[in-house]
Structure formats: C-alpha cells, structure tokens
Design a protein around this ligand. Sequence first.
Ligand SMILES: [Fe+2]
Length: 251
Amino acid sequence: MRKLKIFLGLLVLVGLSVLINSCLIEPTWIKIEHLRLNAPSSVRLVHISDIHHEGDRKYLAGIISKINTLQPEFVCFTGDLVEDSTYLSETLSYLRQIKVPVYGVPGNHDFWSHSSFVEIETALRSTGGDWLTDEEITIADGKVTLLGLSGQNQKIPPVIGGGKRILLCHYPDCVDQVQGRRFDLVLAGHSHGGQVRLPFIGALHVPYRTGSYDKGLFHTPAGPLYVNPGLGTFGPRVRFFCRPEITVIEL
Ligand SMILES: [Fe+2]
C-alpha cells in the first residue's frame, strides 16, 4: 500500500511537471538553433516562422532583441504573422525594429485573417526587405536570389537571378512541387513541429501540407529543406519537446 502511494505521488509529480513545462515554460523558451550547410559559408541568415502574435508584447520584443543580437545579413520569415488581423499593426511595429532586411512570405493564417498585405509589404520594405508572393528578388550584393511563394499556386515560377538560390514557402510540401529543380536551400514553417512531440515517436499531429517534413533539416531532391517549428502556437498555447526556435543558417 505504501509503495502504491509513493508510485501515485510520483505519477502526480511527473504529470504536474509536464503540465507546467508544456503550458508555462516551453511555449516561450526560445531555442537558438545553428545550422551550417557550407564551410566556408558566404551567407549568414536568420530564419523565423509562425509568429501567431496574439498580444504577448514582451515575448515578441524578446524575439526581436535576439534577432538583432545575432546580427545576420538578413532575415527570412515563412508565414503566419497573426491569426487575428487586429494584432497585425502591433506585430509589424516590432518587425520594423529588426535592423537588417526582413523578407517574408504569407502563411495560411495571413490569408484567413484577411491581413493587409500592403501593410505587411510596407513594414518589411521599411527594414530593407520585402514581402514576396510568387516573386523573386536578388539580394545581399547579388550573392542570393530569393524566390518567395504565396502558397496559392501549384506552379512554381522559374528563378532568373544568380547566386545562392533560396526558396521561401510556408508549406513544407512545396519541395514536392518543384519537379526536377534544385535550390541551395528551401525554408518552410507551418508544421509548428507538431507543438507536442514525444521522445522516440515525434509529433503527435501535424497540419495538412506538412507531408513527411515535420521539423528540422531534410535532404530532398529539391535541395536541403529546413522546417522551422515556429515561434508561436496554434490552438492551445502548449509546446512539449518542441521549443520555439530562431534558426541561424550559414550557407
Ligand atoms: Fe502557423
């Protein structure tokens, strides 16, 4: 009987720890992930995704501060600024404080929230960056050409510019639409890494258009794909074994 009580006590303790971690600690416990794809590298960028800002200004300010401390050449954002457009102006007021150009593509929630793409484009351009919807831009003194997808068209436009070719898309399964073309890097978000992951099992659930690319680096025929687990949450503000992430990539 005594052993059973100890066992039950331990079970409650573990349960409480998991609950406290996944609801109160992990959702805002940002991990800075470093990824070096080439050595020596010629480009150093930061990749962020899925902010889903809904009013936690302290958290968003911390994200901006961390990015500025990392001093990348530019920032790539792969969609989902907000779920509710009433938070859009506030989100953009923080993004404007990033001291290097920010290039972004829309996510499903940017469409669903009817966010003003003109407002987003104006904000990103104020950083020296741009909002890319099925268009390319050559940046970083010609070292890089970015192709940003809206996610609304099945056909991926050709890339004309030179340098390192980077594809920005919200949906990880965009690598399956590339059809014989190869990029130096493909960046995506959307999956949130599943938000809740179990050791040895992985994500319990991922959204549509994630394919088999739930989180991290995948070597695909379209090139190396990095799927960022995002900074915000969708649904309950819960993360477990899936910390929010800012990724520094050397290419
Ligand atoms: Fe998202």
